[in-house]
Design a protein. Structure first.
Length: 367
């Protein structure tokens, strides 16, 4: 016997459980979008107020206390509304952002300090005069700028061919060979040697070849090359390994010899990365001071001949202006900060040029 069943009446909106007006089942159990900025404001206000009441207000202390208060607010609010799993996720995201801001703080502080102190002497006289016969205010750093460009250019001319050819051998010819393993080992060791050791090596080498006490720009370039070559080798090696083997095999299948395949296929494909590695290597050595103090000496006069007499670069110029100020000391410190700002600008220009070159040689994608 079949028992008749009553048809089920569809639920009406009136039967639904009560929800706050504007709430949705998709957003229920979630913190509002404005929670993060509101929590930041509350944390800053609480920390500033607490330190002001304690009479020990300071920006560093306020920022540290605000970070702690913000983490407590995020953990408590998210755990009550969203649950412990989502709370842990928010805490890890907040710690990541705080770590990024902590790492960014010294960079921002350095840029602000360099701009604030270096713009005062950023004038035509600074880029057209040297420090010869200058005591006190005035003078410029044209001799240091020329020295930086000349020595860095020579270092690049020495290091790039050696480093690139070494990387080509490691990737294309030295697979499994003892010589390749030895080169890799010594490159790794050279990557971590102190810069002063490179300076002493170049000083001893030029002392043996040209007589004791020889100091010139070429010796400084050789010292910087010892530091620059390992960086180029490692970066170029990694980018050459990223070139697909299918490109090499297709070239070999067409009867193209290996040297021509490397020249026409492998290098153009990896050129963008190689240029980036070269720019990073230049930025690595352009600010060195210790090896140049040993190999190049110091001079207040302009010298554009890297094979004769002492030369000066911007890092060495900044070092002497800071460490041996005269009277008035403010003039020497201002010149030092302007030299540091000039060095930063040169590195930025080299980076921009490198990006343009890398974009020029980057593989083209045909739609």
């Amino acid at each position: 016997m079949t028992v008749p069943t009553r048809p089920v009446r569809p639920a009406s909106p009136a039967d639904a459980p009560d929800r706050p007006r504007g709430a949705s089942s998709l957003t229920a159990g979630q913190l509002p979008r404005l929670f993060t900025p509101a929590a930041v404001v509350v944390a800053l206000a609480v920390s500033a107020g607490a330190l002001a009441l304690a009479g020990v207000f300071g920006w560093i202390g306020a920022a540290a206390l605000a970070a702690v208060v913000y983490l407590l607010l995020v953990w408590t609010s998210s755990r009550l509304v969203e649950g412990p799993r989502r709370a842990r996720d928010r805490i890890m995201a907040a710690l990541t952002v705080l770590a990024f801001l902590l790492a960014l703080l010294p960079l921002v502080s350095l840029v602000v300090q360099t701009l604030g102190s270096g713009l005062e002497r950023l004038d035509a006289a600074y880029f057209s005069n040297s420090m010869r016969n200058v005591v006190g205010a005035g003078g410029g750093a044209v001799h240091a700028i020329y020295g930086t460009l000349i020595v860095t250019g020579l270092t690049t001319l020495i290091s790039v061919p050696i480093g690139l050819l070494c990387a080509i051998y490691l990737v294309e010819y030295g697979q499994g060979r003892r010589l390749a393993r030895s080169i890799t080992f010594f490159v790794d060791v050279m990557t971590g040697i102190p810069s002063i050791v490179a300076g002493l090596f170049a000083y001893a080498l030029f002392g043996v070849l040209f007589g004791p006490g020889t100091v010139n720009g070429l010796a400084g370039a050789v010292a910087l090359s010892v530091l620059m070559i390992p960086t180029i080798v490692r970066s170029a090696e990694e980018y050459l390994r990223l070139v697909p083997h299918e490109l090499r095999e297709a070239s070999y299948a067409l009867g193209v010899p290996k040297w021509r395949t490397i020249l026409k296929i492998v290098l153009p494909t990896a050129m963008a990365g190689i240029v980036t590695g070269v720019i990073l290597a230049i930025a690595r050595v352009i600010g060195e001071t210790a090896p140049l103090l040993v190999t190049m000496g110091y001079t207040d006069s302009l010298n554009v001949n890297p094979t004769a007499h002492a030369m000066t670069t911007l890092p060495v110029f900044v070092y002497y202006q800071f460490m041996q100020p005269g009277e008035p000391a403010a003039a020497y410190l201002t010149r030092a900060w302007t030299g540091a700002l000039t060095l930063v600008v040169i590195v930025m220009l080299l980076n921009a040029i490198g990006r343009l070159v890398a974009r020029r040689f980057a593989p083209k994608s045909h739609a």
